[in-house]
Design a protein around this ligand. Structure first.
Ligand code: SF4
Ligand code: SF4
Length: 380
């Protein structure tokens, strides 16, 4: 059985958060089960982009600080690191409050800017991971629970994609193409190459809607922890009320036979799920919906059933951030207009995730809009 711990935690005030993290970790043996004096402990928050903590885009700095302080008190060498999806590491650290959290806790901030080649034995034979991540003695993963345009939800497993340095992320998106299953496989294989020792989820204020960068903060008032990030994500998905068939990482983990992928293999300690689950999170606008169509029909109608990104000309300032981040180079800016080549687009939604002006919108064909209306599918 995989143990997952769940406690209520109302807000980010340091004293109560510290008490709650300590009680959260009790069923897992306490923080001392994961930290040895002198070990280099890499704390990996979500540092997607330079946003205020109140936007719920990044892991809250109070949680980062509390965990780093606990590591330092046990004699561990605390490092806080990531490779942001967008913007400079320094800027993201400052804006998210994580820079101050590092200063206050005595942890070192480590930008993931050097990669090492790691040999895998799965579908992906060789993956470059950040040296600081791969060579740390212990990883403590601190994800934020959010919806995700491509994968429906991002939590413990997806947060480890930050171990891929900078532009390497776009290359991997391109290799996985438009297949959510293949991208989920990649994320799971990244996790298996260097397993975090501990995962603590910031679900005090989560994100719903158009996550991971532009959704709405939603208060859950919860912390989740476990050794196995797959099991942690299964519980997080149930808390968010997201149907399991939309959780691509969980589905792929089941196909791979990974421990923790089945809810019956998880022992939940602390709050009972049913007493704290919220209804279904608002889901992202770009989500795939199959409407239960037979696969031959879904294949024939693929182009009509697929949503694509398009820039809202009233909001887009033609800054080029999306064009530069687009893995298959499907975006062009010419004659003061932005266009997306749908045939090239792999629907990774990086453009929506990274647009600093929320100018990328989701477009749907008439067929898709009609089917959504008839099936009662709610669009964000
Ligand atoms: S990033 Fe946003 S504002 Fe900039 S060009 Fe793309 S859609 Fe327009
Ligand atoms: S246009 Fe947007 S969704 Fe399509 S491939 Fe480029 S970044 Fe991804």
């Amino acid at each position: 059985m995989e143990t997952v711990s769940l406690v209520k935690s109302d807000d980010y005030s340091l004293a109560s958060l510290r008490r709650n993290v300590i009680s959260l970790l009790e069923p897992l043996g306490g923080i001392s089960a994961f930290v040895r004096s002198g070990d280099r402990i890499l704390i990996k928050p979500n540092m997607l982009s330079a946003k205020d903590p109140g936007r719920a885009v990044t892991t809250h700095p109070a949680l980062v600080r509390v965990v780093a302080e606990l590591v330092v008190e046990l004699g561990g060498i605390a490092m806080i690191g990531d490779s942001p999806g967008f913007g400079s590491f320094q800027r993201v650290a400052e804006k998210s409050g994580i820079y101050a959290a590092a200063l206050d806790s005595g942890a070192e901030l480590v930008e993931f800017n050097e990669a090492v080649e790691v040999q895998g034995n799965g579908t992906f034979r060789s993956i470059q991971l950040a040296r600081a991540y791969y060579e740390a003695d212990t990883i403590i993963n601190l994800p934020k629970l959010k919806t995700h345009e491509m994968m429906t939800m991002t939590c413990a497993v997806k947060n480890l994609f930050g171990a891929v340095v900078g532009a390497g992320k776009a290359v991997w998106h391109l290799k996985a193409g438009s297949s959510r299953q293949m991208f989920a496989r990649l994320l799971l294989e990244i996790y298996l190459l260097k397993k975090p020792a501990l995962n603590i989820v910031d679900a005090i204020v989560a994100m719903e809607g158009n996550g991971p960068g532009s959704g709405d903060p939603v208060k859950l008032g919860l912390l989740i922890a476990g050794v196995n990030p797959v099991a942690v994500d299964v519980i997080a998905g149930r808390l968010a009320g997201i149907p399991a068939d939309l959780l691509h990482i969980e589905q792929e983990a089941v196909r791979m036979g990974l421990p923790g992928a089945m809810i019956q293999d998880i022992e939940l300690c602390g709050e009972p799920l049913e007493s704290v689950s919220k209804g279904c999170f608002k889901l992202p606008a770009g989500l795939d919906v199959q409407f239960g169509l037979p696969s031959f029909l879904a294949k024939t109608l693929k182009n009509h059933l697929t949503s694509y990104p398009a820039a809202d000309p009233k909001v887009c300032v033609l800054c080029g951030v999306c064009r530069d981040a687009c893995p298959p180079e499907a975006i062009t800016i010419q004659n003061s207009a932005l266009s997306v080549d749908n045939a090239r687009c792999i629907r990774c939604w990086c453009c929506r995730e990274l647009c600093p002006h929320d100018a990328m919108v989701v477009t749907r064909s008439l067929v898709l809009r009609t089917l959504m209306r008839l099936s009662g599918t709610k669009a964000t």
